[in-house]
Design a protein around this ligand. Sequence first.
Ligand code: NDP
Length: 460
Amino acid sequence: MANYDYDLFVIGAGSGGVRAARLAAMSGARVAVAEEHRVGGTCVIRGCVPKKFMVYASEYSKSFKTAHGYGWDIGETNFDWPRFLLAKDVEIARLSGIYVRNLQNAGAELLHGKARVTGPHTVEVEGHGPVTAGRILVATGGRPWMPGDVAGIEHAISSNEAFHLEALPKSIVIAGGGYIALEFACIFNGLGVETTVVHRGPNVLRGFDDDIRSHVAEELEASGIKVRLGTRIASIEKTPDGLVSACVDGHSVTSDVVMFALGREPYTEGLGLETAGVELTENGAVKVDAYSRTTSDHIWAVGDVTDRINLTPVAIREGAAFAQTEFYANPTSFDHEMVASAVFTQPQIGSVGLSEADARRIHGKVDIYLSKFRAMKETFYGGTQRCLMKLVVEQGSEKILGCHVVAPDGPEIIQMAAIAMKMGVTKPQWDSTCAVHPTLAEELVTMREKYTPPALGAVA
Ligand code: NDP
């Protein structure tokens, strides 16, 4: 490797790339990282982190409303969007700076500019010229996908722009029924924006457990979000009254802002991967094996650009596994089974393992334990928000195949449940755990009765 400029050249300083670069550099390898935007990637700059700050900001409106029931008198409340944006940007800059310092402290070199692979060992970096490397790691992530068949789509924003709107709109229409659409719907709704979700499917959050999906859709409606299912936006027209989104079912909605969140695509454009023999999948993702090896001998890829499970902690683990394998002589592949996920809707979702439908399809007979209830924080002041907890258990083995929670702090709860699930916990073992009282999570270990869904047509 001594003949190359670097032992490892990483393209993309996001979650996966930074972890791989730091670990590799800490082994003594000569490492460089190219980044065309700011260091931190989608998660830190225009994803998970600023999104969570927006979730926190938006949750206050409910707290203000319910405070009275707890004895507080709160006068006029006013949300200052520019002040919030400034504070958010200061914090994001601080976090991005930490990423830069962590790379430097590990001994990795940072090159600002877009990198293009020109061969199995060569990369051209804008503003820096050609460099050579023993290994190349592609960690360029993904970016919002905007449909080409919607007239007037140029009037719509993606999540990228939602973090920087000059003014808080009075109304917004959000296309999509996935993670991003619903999280932003709750954020804007919480900030007092009249919010409409338009989703083509019969229910939101395809892939999640059906009870979770229905429950969340009901809660979103109850919180004031209009959810239009079974339709999609065909065109957007700019009028003096605002943006008019015309749906294929003949309905139209007028709003100040239209946001599209119809999925993200792997970011491979302009990377020159084909010149180095790196094959892509049908979805345009970099094709990799369990060790994140691409079809080109000296090139690897991790994170969203490989479209496996598109979550920050997964990218981090894939990057770490790559570094362990290649720079510590410790062959490691990340196990993509039982990865928990969270959706920061309001209420939030935490989920790990199989949905009931998938469990029945894969394992046959299953028992269901389900509880829907108002948390004591809600009952105290007469609130109506309901939590849902559900366990999917394989008959015979009693193994818990799925654990799903819709509740404030559902993601915090699921992180702990995921440990037991990853260890293959059975329902009797789960039930032997003593409850922590008074908490929401205790409901999870006190569900003893098997659940039978109400008969169709039964009055609830
Ligand atoms: P998702 O895949 O979650 O959702 C995309 C949505 O767009 C679905 O409802 C889908 O409908 C709909 N859709 C897709 N194509 C079309 C089309 N042509 N016309 C109309 N509707 C369409 O993508 P997101 O953009 O919300 O998020 C991308 C990924 O980012 C997530 O999958 C997740 O991995 C990650 N993420 C994770 C977060 C977290 O961990 N909390 C937060 C945000 C993002 P259908 O269901 O019918 O296919």
